[in-house]
Design a protein around this ligand. Structure first.
Ligand code: TXA
Ligand code: MG
Length: 330
């Protein structure tokens, strides 16, 4: 059963049952070695899904749950290996969404839920996206409003006294640092994909510090996606594309207004978001919408670090990550 969370819609099933994991993998067409995230409604249920929680994870869980954070923890034997793709760890999350919460309380068991999309497609952030993608292959969809954050949770693992961000999300390095500072744990090293190299290549290269999901193509609509960082690179990209095909139907998704572009308005669209939060919230929805309107190319503004403020850090690195993946063919 699909249901909304504050990040994206999930496709949920009883996390104790091998068969429900199997049904989820089948509906998504997902490789069975790519583990599912297990959702619980409150911290007092955590022993149902994992073994001993290390003190750092405990602090982060208390401070940041419910919220867009998944903690990788030692798996409890009660969770079948099919849920975790055979790993000894399990990703756990308490979502910050009233509908998700109601569903989790009603289910009364931990709920395994990957994003409710066909494997490799953008995660759904609206009811209609789940319907379009998975109708006929799942038992139902709990309908909620469009999701508030729009990008998948931050995934984090504490290992040998260090914190590794395995997938960037709305909860960023600054916010995690702040929690650690307040708990008197400022000295803990924290590694994120963006700063993992070249300073700490040995740590971020270790395969268990990447999510298994990062091996697969991700977040892409079926049409071409390219990216730019500033007006000069956008102009060059457009020249290149329009040389090739003067009638190209393309859309530009950006947080900036550009006055000097060669746009005729017929076969082109420019979507300007108010800020990075807005961009993140809309990104998947707008990509899928444009795809359904037969656009041929989506051009994404890549928020490079010089352009935006540190307060927006979490969502900025999440956007960078998803945009890079959406353009993986470049
Ligand atoms: O915001 C979210 O996290 C959404 C909502 C529904 O909660 N869920 C979501 O799930 O994005 P999914 O399955 O699409 O992405 C989960 C990612 C995958 O890349 C998977 O490889 C990774 O989490 N993952 C799950 N369990 C893991 C584990 N034990 N160790 C490392 N990575 C894990
Ligand atoms: Mg997913």
């Amino acid at each position: 059963m699909a249901f909304p969370t504050e990040t994206v819609y999930g496709l949920g099933g009883n996390a104790y049952l091998h068969d429900s994991a199997r049904a989820i993998f089948a509906a998504k067409g997902r490789p069975s070695d790519n583990p599912l995230i297990v959702h619980i409604p409150s911290l007092d249920r955590i022993s149902q899904v994992c073994g001993a929680v290390d003190p750092v994870s405990q602090i982060l869980a208390e401070a940041l749950w419910p919220g867009p954070l998944t903690l990788v923890l030692p798996k409890s034997p009660s969770i079948p290996g099919s849920v975790t793709g055979g790993l000894a760890t399990v990703g756990v999350r308490i979502p910050d969404d009233p509908t998700a919460m109601e569903l989790l309380r009603f289910a009364d068991v931990p709920v395994a839920a990957p994003s409710a999309n066909t494997s490799g497609r953008p995660s759904p952030t609206a009811f209609w996206m789940v319907q379009r993608d998975l109708s006929g292959r799942i038992d139902g969809i709990v309908k909620g409003p469009d999701t508030r954050i729009g990008l998948e949770s931050t995934i984090l693992r504490v290992d040998q006294g260090s914190i590794f961000i395995l997938r960037p999300g709305a909860i960023g390095v600054d916010q995690i640092r702040q929690v650690l500072d307040e708990a008197g744990m400022s000295a803990i090293p924290l590694y994120s994909p963006s700063d993992g190299t070249p300073e700490h290549p040995e740590r971020m290269d270790a395969s268990h510090h990447q999510v298994p999901g990062s091996r697969y193509r991700h977040y892409s609509p079926s049409i071409r996606v390219r990216r730019f960082t500033d007006s000069a690179s956008l102009a060059a990209l457009l020249q290149d594309e329009l040389n090739e095909n003067p009638d190209l139907r393309f859309a530009i998704l950006t947080t900036q207004r550009f006055s000097t572009l060669p746009l005729d308005g017929q076969s082109q669209r420019v979507v300007v978001y108010a800020d990075l939060d807005h961009y993140a919230r809309q990104l998947y929805r707008d990509m899928v919408q444009l795809e359904s309107e037969d656009y041929q190319l989506i051009i994404l503004h890549y928020p490079s670090s010089t352009v935006f403020s540190p307060q927006e850090g979490g969502i900025q690195s999440a956007l960078q990550d998803r945009i890079r993946r959406a353009c993986a063919d470049e």
